[in-house]
Design a protein around this ligand. Structure first.
Ligand SMILES: C[S@@+](CC[C@H](N)C(=O)[O-])C[C@H]1O[C@@H](n2cnc3c(N)ncnc32)[C@H](O)[C@@H]1O
Length: 199
């Protein structure tokens, strides 16, 4: 009798290397500057969820690297909003490739997002590009000095309205978007990744 061959489906392994090689060449070059390393996303996710699973919002999600990495390593649900359509398209291909179910990545502007829909937040210095012309990713969206304050003020106000005990993790940046109602409770040795809790 012919033997049945049973092949088990295994998900593609999520590593920096496997992730990086799927990106177009121009994004591979800037990936370190613009997208969260997987090991950092793991720490951030652990900090955001140590008191239970959350609906985590990535404020300016890029190609969804933080969301994909976090979702891969936790039961929480990740939402990313990104205003560059080209990044959203690539990110959604990556979500399919890595077979991640607990993540949604959509095109949109932070100014149109009601933060009340989420209960934990991640932010990798999203608005800085407006201030530093040579550090811009591309010309796909309008960037200008005065937009920095518009985005910063909106984000600060939305975070300030969140309930007590809300967690926020920031990576890089001067943290001007973090309201004074949040206290820094943890940080990595290099001081780049910080956990804040609303009190
Ligand atoms: C430094 S990248 C971080 C990407 C992602 N959070 C990560 O950690 O891998 C910041 C992203 O925020 C996006 N961004 C900046 N301002 C935005 C806005 N007002 N609305 C939506 N996305 C925005 C940028 O296009 C960029 O992709």
């Amino acid at each position: 009798m012919k033997q049945l061959e049973i092949t088990e489906h295994t998900k593609p392994l999520l590593t920096e290397n496997n992730f990086g090689k799927l990106l177009p060449k121009d994004l591979q070059k800037v990936s370190k500057t613009f997208f969260t390393p997987i090991r950092i996303a793991q720490i951030a996710t652990q900090w955001l969820t140590e008191d239970g699973p959350k609906k985590i919002f990535d404020i300016g999600a890029g190609i969804g690297k933080f969301c994909i990495s976090g979702a891969h390593y936790s039961d929480s649900f990740f939402y990313g909003i990104e205003y560059r359509e080209s990044l959203v398209d690539i990110g959604n291909e990556l979500i399919k490739h890595f077979e991640i179910k607990n993540v949604v990545l959509e095109k949109g502007d932070i100014l149109d997002v009601n933060f009340k829909l989420y209960n934990a937040f991640y932010m990798y210095n999203p608005f800085f590009e407006n201030l530093v012309a040579p550090k811009r990713l591309n010309n796909e969206v309008r960037l200008a000095d005065n937009l920095y304050d518009t985005y910063k003020n909106y984000t600060e106000q939305q975070l300030d309205n969140a309930p007590i005990s809300t967690r926020l993790v920031t990576y890089h940046g001067n943290n001007f978007e973090v309201p004074s109602s949040y206290e820094k409770v943890n940080q990595t040795d290099d001081g780049l990744l910080k956990l804040w809790i609303k009190f």
